[in-house]
Design a protein around this ligand. Structure first.
Ligand SMILES: Nc1ncnc2c1ncn2[C@@H]1O[C@H](COP(=O)(O)OP(=O)(O)OP(=O)(O)O)[C@@H](O)[C@H]1O
Ligand SMILES: [Mg+2]
Length: 412
């Protein structure tokens, strides 16, 4: 009984310390894995600037942290085992010693001494097993809890198509109402009271200097970041109440940075629509101006694209993103600098293809290029996180400083 109390007390005290250390251990492991994967995916930066040693030293520092966290965890674990072993040996030794004393003084038979030994062992072993099992279960439950919390925070709701966006043509397709946004960890807001309204079927160009907040507007619209204040409505419905998956079905988005999976070209297109046939894939590539890509690849659609799409040029990556867009059937199309890496002739052709394919849909084009600006019925000029001006191309051209500089070729 005394043994059980002491043993379980030791397990409870050390177990609590172990649990805290295990959290640190998991965090350090996660950090070292993230650093390794970031370094491998961005090895091209090291090659470009001969920064291999610099990159390696960052990984070494993170590995050191990981090793220390492991060391602290195993030291406490070992300490707990040693105390348990001492308790075990102590109690077994005392009871066996008492029995031996009885045999030596003729108070007990050898048989009863063996019996005491056997009983003691039979009793102590399950107590030890129980203690170890309780420690293991508590730690595993905690690890599982942390894992489930993380999973919940990244997993979009499974209620696919739970809410249907009403397609009322009386409601604006997109409406920003005094939206402000501060990125986590940032001190300055990226958006400061953005308000505008885009009617269904309208083609709008959003422009403004670099860092003005154009991409942030799109990130807020696609719910990658939630606004601090204000609200965003899609066909009259607050996007905060729309399921993320439904929202991605409704808003077709070509982002500034094109993400390419290390898999086949076919897979990289099917991510946009899993049931797309090869014929539809080829057609979408054709429309995006990549018709000659497939015959030039060693295994056609089965060609594996390199890590982060290293085998594609910047312009090809952008057209691949546009081909993904052509496979979808959105109500609102958003292209954020999606053609900036293309030459003006190709850009014009691809954007016109977009306007034809998505004729009647609401289209938002974010661009600095004068050639792409003319495609919008309306322009919104963003400056320093605010809507500086909006209106028809011709009106703005004369009254807006940024626009007149861009159109006269004096600003980037
Ligand atoms: N993830 C982020 N975390 C913190 N700050 C960010 C983040 N993304 C953007 N910002 C900041 O928000 C501001 C607006 O950035 P945004 O990407 O919206 O500009 P932009 O108008 O799209 O510029 P560009 O024309 O260069 O693409 C910038 O000051 C930028 O540094
Ligand atoms: Mg941007």
């Amino acid at each position: 009984m005394i043994y059980a109390v002491l043993f379980l007390t030791n397990n409870a005290i050390q177990g609590r310390r172990l649990m805290q250390l295990r959290d640190g251990l998991m965090e350090a492991g996660r950090k070292s894995y993230a650093t390794l994967s970031d370094s491998i995916s961005n090895i091209a930066v090291a090659r470009q600037y001969n920064g291999y040693d610099f990159l390696l030293s960052r990984y070494r520092a993170v590995l050191d942290e990981d090793r220390h966290a492991q060391g602290r965890y195993w030291a406490v674990s070992l300490q707990m085992q040693i105390i348990n072993a001492l308790l075990f040996v102590g109690f077994f030794g005392v009871s066996f010693g008492v029995a031996l004393y009885g045999v030596v003084h003729g108070e007990r038979s050898v048989g009863s001494m063996v019996l005491v030994g056997a009983y003691t062992l039979t009793l102590l072993a399950p107590i030890e097993g129980l203690g170890n099992m309780l420690t293991e279960i508590t730690q595993s439950l905690r690890t599982f809890g942390v894992f489930m919390d993380k999973l919940e925070s990244v997993r979009p709701s499974s209620r696919r198509h739970a809410e249907v966006v009403p397609m009322s043509s009386f409601q604006p397709a997109i409406e920003f109402d005094d939206v402000s946004l501060i990125y986590p960890g940032a001190t300055v807001p990226a958006l400061r009271g953005i308000s505008f309204s885009i009617a269904p079927g309208q083609q709008v160009v959003i422009t403004g200097p670099s860092g003005a907040g154009k991409t942030s507007i799109i990130k807020a619209l696609t719910r990658q970041y939630s606004p601090g204040t204000g609200s965003i409505r899609l066909f009259g419905q607050d996007i905060a109440t729309i399921d993320v998956r439904t929202l991605s079905d409704r808003v077709g988005y070509v982002s500034q940075e094109v993400l390419i999976l290390k898999d086949t070209l076919r897979f990289n297109l099917k991510i946009a629509r899993a049931e797309a046939s090869d014929e539809e894939i080829l057609h979408s590539l054709e429309k995006a101006g990549l018709g000659d890509l497939v015959p030039s690849l060693p295994a056609g659609l089965d060609t594996i694209l390199g890590n982060r799409g290293a085998t594609l040029s910047g312009g090809q990556r952008q057209r691949l993103a546009l081909a993904r867009l052509f496979l979808r059937k959105p109500d609102v199309v958003v292209i954020d600098e999606g053609t900036a890496a293309l030459d003006i002739v190709t850009e014009q052709r691809v954007l016109e293809e977009c306007l034809t394919t998505f004729d009647g849909k609401t289209i938002v084009i974010v661009t600095h290029r004068p050639s792409a600006m003319v495609l919008g019925d309306t322009l919104i000029v963003v400056q320093d996180g605010r809507v500086e001006d909006s209106g028809k191309h011709d009106e703005l051209r004369s009254r807006n400083g940024f626009l007149s500089r861009v159109l006269s070729g004096a600003a980037s």
